[in-house]
Design a protein around this ligand. Structure first.
Ligand SMILES: [Zn+2]
Length: 193
């Protein structure tokens, strides 16, 4: 494969990018924006190398612990469970949540053979059993798999004597949290049950 073909193939891996868009981007960068191409290349290399997962909540972090986990002014009684670092960032942007987070490694999907074991529920249990957490807020997506995940994680927590709540309805059914507007997420947080 030529370097140009390899670039197009690499761009096609991005979500929502098909053959045509990948081609357009590659030709644009090479024809009109060589400097942008170099910047993109350097930024990708740096991010892929430097961005790791926070050891405590598993969101993206460039240090062992992320800024939220390091913030001692947050409310240790609240632990919010999300599916991805993008969802954690979406909740954080609402500015209406002051507790800590735990990012699962995805969501349960029986069809794909993904169970609670695969998404880090054992670690969540350990984290939620620190003696400080009083409420675990299940902020998984309002998709079928997100709902199933909230259900099974809630049961596991209850079996351990831990209290869990779910984001309120109002978030459109079928939505990925990261694409929901901030006001809606903020309301769903306040009205959780
Ligand atoms: Zn963290």
């Amino acid at each position: 494969m030529s370097a140009l073909e390899q670039l197009i193939e690499a761009l096609r891996r991005l979500p929502g990018v098909g053959q045509k868009s990948a081609q357009r981007m590659a030709y644009h960068l090479l024809q009109h924006d060589r400097e942008g191409a170099q910047r993109l290349s350097a930024a990708l290399a740096a991010a892929a190398q430097q961005v790791q997962h926070c050891q405590r909540c598993h969101t993206f972090s460039e240090a062992a612990l992320c800024p939220v986990c390091l913030d001692a002014t947050r409310d240790a009684k609240l632990l919010c469970v999300v599916e991805t670092p993008a969802d954690q960032a979406a909740l954080e942007r609402t500015g209406s949540y002051r507790g800590y987070y735990f990012v699962l490694q995805g969501r349960v999907s029986p069809l794909d053979g993904i169970s609670t074991k695969d998404i880090g529920v054992a670690e969540l249990l350990e984290r939620a059993s620190d003696g400080l957490v009083e409420e675990v807020i299940l902020a998984t997506s309002f998709t079928a798999e997100g709902e199933a995940t909230a259900h099974v994680v809630g049961e596991v927590l209850r079996a351990r004597g831990l209290r869990s709540t779910r984001l309120a309805r109002g978030v459109p059914v079928g939505s990925e949290l990261e694409y929901v507007d901030l006001g809606t997420i903020a309301h769903a947080l306040v009205d959780r049950r």
